[in-house]
Design a protein around this ligand. Structure first.
Ligand code: NDP
Ligand code: DXP
Ligand code: MN
Length: 404
């Protein structure tokens, strides 16, 4: 029996993880569940999975959950606060940590799981993007096993030689005859939308991803292709490759989840219906295979199978993230922080869709020369970049109000 801690349990990945686990009660037990503010969903999950510990970020939400659990006569310890997230991630009884908090808030608990030598299933790409080499160093000096959950990186992982699969962060792909990683992306909901209408894109339109059902933040990132930019940086660190060894390719159907090109001309692809339960089940059970509840891919009903180059005019955030990857850690950390602020402001109707790239670029350029050598530097650049991005958002909000 493996004991699992799910960080971000109430989100899209958290719920899919619990769905897979519910299919294998003899193999997995839930040790702990954590969320931000969603008391009702966390309560339902507590009823269904009976964890030892449930965590919410604020005391007020934790008290609400405690009351509901007491009424239901359930004896589950409720904790609150950021330290509680870290504590469950490194609890001695935990074997597997699903890192599925959204954003840089996931960094410290994910790092704690790595440092404690857990099997870490990494959905929270922002934690790797913001800390890069520091994350990989922590991995190297611990007993931890890191398996990517992000569908592209999980696909690449599945297409690697077996000898590389326990070397996440320290792969030697060139020596294994690998010439290129091909990161596929759908292009999001606005791949063919007239560029002249981009200023009018609404949050509701932006979160309507054509293929995947995901949380709001990553859905907006897919629409701007910042998601692919973050994934570009994520791939560099996970597979220890140079930016020139990664190609971003639009594949609107999201059937191929990414590919690995070998020196002899072979290309290995991982395919499937777009359902995150596949990479989650793969990572949970690796190297075994278990049922994920996913419909098998039927090639006779797959209508198209097409590919395009990404257009940087349509997707300036993708260009920016690839540039940040070459500029260094502070650029990546600041870009991620700015993007979190900008996406939140867009979702609250404070700025236009096209403003997201403006906030991101202005903030990233401000922090390029900062030095990051320890985790405290990451936290400091993240905090300062958020402040800077907030100021940019406010200036754009004023001009948006003046034009209305
Ligand atoms: N959804 C997907 O298909 C994919 C997601 N990912 C990555 O996985 C991560 C999660 O994405 P997704 O599931 O879509 O996101 P969601 O927004 O659906 O869920 C986020 C989860 O994190 C919790 N959370 C938010 N902020 C905090 C915080 N400050 N402290 C603790 N918990 C917090 C939320 O709690 P609450 O509900 O209470 O707000 C929720 O449980 C992201 O990094 C994303 O990029 C990667 C590939 C695919
Ligand atoms: C499911 C997953 O891994 C997402 O990150 C997905 O890739 C989003 O789709 P895009 O390819 O549109 O970014
Ligand atoms: Mn992805």
């Amino acid at each position: 029996m493996k004991h699992v801690c799910v960080l971000g349990a109430t989100g899209s990945i958290g719920c899919s993880t619990l769905d897979v686990i519910s299919r294998h009660p003899q193999q997995y037990a839930i040790h702990s569940l954590a969320a931000h503010t969603n008391v009702d969903t966390l309560f339902e999950q507590c009823v269904a999975f009976k964890p030892q510990i449930a965590v919410l970020v604020s005391r007020q939400h934790a008290l609400q959950l405690s009351d509901k659990l007491a009424e239901a006569d359930l004896d589950i310890e409720v904790r609150h606060g950021e330290q509680a997230l870290i504590d469950i991630a490194r609890d001695q009884q935990v074997d597997i940590v699903m890192a599925a908090i959204v954003g840089a808030s996931g960094l410290l608990p994910t790092m704690a799981a790595v440092e404690a030598g857990k099997k870490v299933l990494l959905a929270n790409k922002e934690s790797l993007v913001t800390s890069g080499q520091l994350f990989i160093d922590a991995l190297a000096t611990s007993e931890a096993e890191l398996i990517p959950i992000d569908s592209e990186h999980n696909a690449i992982y599945q297409c690697l030689p077996h000898t590389q699969q326990d070397k996440t962060g320290h792969c030697t792909l060139k020596q294994q005859g690998i010439s290129k990683l091909i990161l596929t992306g759908s292009g999001g909901p606005f791949r063919t939308t007239d560029l002249s209408t981009f200023d009018d894109i609404t949050p509701e339109q932006a979160i309507a991803h054509p293929n995947w059902d995901m949380g709001k933040k990553i859905s907006v990132d897919s629409a701007t292709m910042m998601n692919k930019g973050l994934e570009f940086i994520e791939a560099k660190w996970l597979f220890n490759v140079e930016p020139n060894d990664i190609q971003v390719l639009l594949h609107p159907q999201s059937t191929i989840h990414s590919m690995v090109q070998y020196a002899d001309g072979s290309v290995l692809a991982q395919m499937g219906n777009p359902d995150m339960r596949t990479p989650i089940a793969h990572a949970l059970a690796f190297p075994e295979r278990i049922d994920a509840g996913v419909e098998p891919l039927d090639f006779l009903t797959v209508k198209d199978f097409t590919f395009e180059a990404p257009d940087f005019e349509r997707y300036p955030n993708l260009k920016l993230a690839i540039e940040a990857c070459g500029l260094g850690q502070a650029a990546c950390t600041a870009l991620n922080a700015a993007n979190e602020v900008a996406v939140d402001a867009f979702l609250r109707h404070r700025i236009k869709f096209t403003d997201i790239a403006k906030v991101n670029e202005l903030t990233m350029r401000e922090f390029v020369s900062y030095s990051i050598t320890q985790i405290e530097d990451v936290l400091s650049v993240d905090k300062d970049a958020r402040q800077h991005a907030t100021t940019v958002v406010e200036s754009l909000t004023v001009s948006l109000e003046q034009t209305q």
